[in-house]
Design a binder for this molecule. Sequence first.
Ligand code: URA
Length: 265
Amino acid sequence: MTAGMDWHLARALLEWQVELGATEAIGDAPIDRFAASPPEPAAAPRPAAGAPPGVASSVAVPATDPVAAAAAMAAAAADLPALAAALAAYPHCELRKGARNTVFADGNPAARVMLIGEGPGREEDQRGLPFVGAAGQLLDRMFTAIGLSRAGPDAEHALYITNAVPWRPPGNREPTAEELAMLRPFLVRHVELADPDLIVLLGNTACQAVLGRRGIMRLRGQWTEALGRPCLPTLHPANLLRSPENKREVWADLLELKARLRNLS
Ligand code: URA
C-alpha cells in the first residue's frame, strides 16, 4: 500500500472506482501511472486546410475523420470475415481500449431475420459473443417461442445477431451518439453483407443507430423501412428483466414478426 494511505482510505478509493464503473482489473499486473513518463508538450496548432501558410486556425483539423475512415474500411470489406477483421482493426473508437474482445456477431448469417442490440455487456465481452448473459438467455427463449434460434438449421428457422457497437462501454453505460455515428458504417455494411429479409431493433440504442430516433415505447411494434428493408423495433430483453410486465407487448411484436415472415415467403 502507498505510504500515507491507510486501509480505510484505500477501500474508499476502491469503492469510488467501482461506483464509476471500474469493476474489473483488465491487466494481470498493476500499472503505476505516477511513474509513467510526463505527457508530451502540446504541438503547435496546425494551419486549417486552405489557410495561408503560417496562419494557425482555432478550428481543429482532425488527421482523420473517424466516420470517413470507418466508411472506407467497411466498404473495402468484401465479406463478413473481412468486415469482422476491419472492425477489429478500426483504431478510432476509444471503446475498444477497455474491451477484451471485439464482439462481431453470432448465429447464422444466412438467417432471414437479423437482430441488432446495443452493445456487449460483461459476459459478452469476456466470451466474444453477443447476448450470452441473462438478457441473451431471455432473448433466446423469446425467439425460440416463434421457432427462431441462432442454432436454427436453415435460413427460415435461424437468427443472426449483432450489436450497434462491438465493444463493451465502460460500466455498461450507453454508447454515445458520437460512438454510434462512427461505428454506423460498419453496421450498415454488416446488414448489406448478411442481407436479411427483416431486421429487429432491440431497444433505444439500436433504434438510434439505425433509424436516428429514440422513443422505443412509441416505436415498438411499428414496421419501418431502413437500410433497404423492413425493420421492427421492439423492447430490449434487459428492459423485460427489469419490467416483466412489458412482456405482453414484446409477445405481440414477435407474433407480428412471425406473420410478416409468413407473408414474405
Ligand atoms: N445487450 C445487448 O444489447 N447486446 C448484448 O450483446 C448483450 C446485452
